[in-house]
Design a binder for this molecule. Structure first.
Ligand code: AMP
Length: 308
């Protein structure tokens, strides 16, 4: 059983989808990553920051899932990171309406001693300088460092982001961001260019069209499960990353073959996340429903074609 250290936002989100609207609910990249990863037998911790406007019950939700929250700093008199987004009728299209960094603006992360030799470091979406600081604080180079980021940081802090990308083994980004980062339309060419920037493995998330894993000449594709109910895609990418990282931490096998399974676990967990607003669906998932969907993934993708 490996240790997983997660860095990322713990946030308030306000979300609008064609099916409804919410005001200031629990969100944040590290929140979704942590909840997804908590479905595996691992030790995990989150490094993040919130203001004193952040309710205890949100933090308790994380610690009840056995996530170490001692490195989530609470800033007296500070305001928690806030993000507001709106999804169009095509749920793959999202517009960011507001991003308030608040306490994240001058956050100095401190890696807890118990986690500074973690096997996996999952750098969730947040300021690349915070991600770099965490990389530098590790006592031992993790077996795998995984980076998730988004267009906000490509637009606002491209140089800092490039410095982080250079240092990671795996990057997970969505298709639009992969195109922006590489300047290539073809995702195969985009992955190759991103690979040249540093990461040995490139995972490109394509929302309801699944995810691609690239490693040298190898490409693996995992579909997203076709669902009857899709309510809110917020956090699907982070949930995917959390499932991916959690499975790899639990198995401690970082081969391409095992990463294929990690991609399936990530896609599987993300399929739950989108069924309700925010983190709601991820708060009490049980093993049985997770396994039953894994079986659906297998049935969906297995075929027995005869090659001439
Ligand atoms: P996802 O839908 O997986 O891309 O992630 C959505 C989550 O990312 C939300 O819960 C937001 O709180 C968080 N988020 C949005 N913008 C940013 C940003 N610029 N930096 C870090 N986290 C963000």
């Amino acid at each position: 059983m490996g240790k997983l250290l997660i860095v990322g936002t713990v946030a308030f989100d306000a979300i609008e989808t064609p099916f409804g609207k919410t005001d200031k609910i629990l969100g944040g990249a590290a929140t979704f990553i942590g909840l997804a990863a908590s479905n595996f037998e691992i030790d995990s911790a989150i490094v993040s920051v919130v203001g004193d406007d952040f309710p205890d019950h949100h933090l308790n939700l994380l610690s009840n899932r056995k996530i170490d929250i001692s490195a989530i700093e609470i800033v007296e008199g500070g305001k928690t990171f806030f993000w507001k987004g709106k999804y169009m009728n095509d749920l793959n299209v999202r517009e960011t309406l507001d991003t308030q960094l608040n306490v994240l603006a001058d956050f100095n992360p401190v890696v807890p001693e118990a986690f500074n030799t973690s096997e996996i470091l999952m750098l969730g979406n947040l300021h690349p300088n915070v991600q770099l600081s965490v990389i530098d604080q590790m006592d031992k180079k993790p077996a795998l460092t995984i980076l998730d980021t988004m267009n906000f940081w490509m637009d606002n802090t491209p140089e800092e982001l490039a410095a982080v990308i250079k240092k990671v083994d795996v990057i997970t980004i969505n298709d639009e961001e992969a195109r922006q980062l590489s300047g290539e339309y073809s995702l195969v060419n985009a992955a190759e260019k991103i690979h040249q920037m540093g990461p040995e493995y490139v995972v490109i998330k394509k929302g309801e069209h699944g995810a691609l894993l690239f490693h040298k000449e190898n490409i693996f594709f995992a579909p997203a499960l076709p669902l009857r109910e899709i309510f809110d895609p917020t956090g699907a990418g982070d949930t995917f990353a959390g499932g991916f990282a959690g499975f790899l931490a639990a198995t401690e096998d970082y081969s391409f073959e095992n990463m294929k399974n990690a991609v399936i676990h990530g896609s599987n967990l993300a399929s739950f996340s989108v069924e309700k607003f925010g983190t709601e669906r991820m708060e009490n998932l049980d093993k049985e429903e997770i396994n039953s969907r894994l079986k659906q993934f297998k049935d969906l993708t297995q075929f027995d074609i005869k090659l001439a």
